[in-house]
Design a protein around this ligand. Structure first.
Ligand code: DC
Length: 223
């Protein structure tokens, strides 16, 4: 059976990672969360106290090794041998990940790794530039959007489930800031690829959006 590349892009909270995980599981594909890779670089930069110093970040990139491992608890992110899956979701990392991910040397390194991971197909990769830059020839490109209200509510729910106290207005502000940053940066800004299929998930359940993507994928796989 044909093993395709499924690229899922969109702004924060649009449902990318939750649906990408389900789609990958049901198709027997590998799920790659590229945001986790940018978060891991940001975490390492924060630990070294250089998160706001572009030149220093570029200098230490060769010392950063990121592995994405599949486990029964979902994808784990391993930074230089340490499981940092929880730490990369901390608010301090979320606050700085947009500027760090806008740095040219960071994107160059991570895009090369993402292409290597996905070269044989059979993957569902989510991010901001997968359909436009990482895999412009992906067989299926999805661009997910949702209203700011729906996205804020989803993020709040995720954080609450982890026992983190949340301020709705603060989450909303951070999402808007991150959207603006990610869409206006010079290199690989967040945007819909011309041939991507737009899905508004505001009124959709996770099951509905995942099913829709699987249906679209199966049409291509069974061609
Ligand atoms: O999907 P996420 O919220 O975990 O992503 C964190 C940040 O990483 C996001 O604000 C922008 C950046 N990112 C990116 O620039 N390109 C990607 N392919 C994935 C994420």
């Amino acid at each position: 059976m044909k093993k395709i590349v499924i690229a899922i892009d969109g702004p924060a909270g649009s449902g990318k990672s939750s649906s990408a995980k389900i789609v990958a599981e049901r198709l027997g594909y590998i799920y790659i969360d590229t945001g986790a890779m940018y978060r891991a670089v940001t975490l390492e930069a924060l630990r070294r106290g250089i998160a706001e110093n572009e030149a220093e970040i570029c200098k230490i990139l060769d010392e950063i090794n990121i592995e994405l491992r599949t486990s029964p608890q979902g994808q784990r992110t391993i930074l230089n041998g340490e499981d940092v899956s929880d730490d990369i979701r901390l608010p301090g990392v979320t606050r700085l990940v947009s500027p760090v991910s806008a740095i040219g040397c960071v994107r160059e390194k991570l895009v090369a790794e993402q292409r290597r991971i996905g070269e044989r197909g059979g993957i569902v990769m989510d991010g901001r530039d997968i359909g436009t830059v990482v895999f412009p020839n992906a067989e299926l490109k999805i661009y997910l959007v949702a209203s700011i209200e729906a996205r804020t509510e989803r993020r709040a729910k995720e954080l609450r489930a982890k026992g983190i106290r949340v301020e709705i207005e603060e989450i909303k502000k951070q999402i808007i800031e991150r959207d603006n940053y990610d869409s206006s940066r010079a290199i690989s800004p967040l945007r819909k690829a011309e041939d991507a299929i737009l899905i508004d998930t505001s009124e959709m359940t996770l099951e509905q959006q995942s099913e829709l993507i699987i249906e679209l994928a199966n049409k291509i796989i069974n061609l």
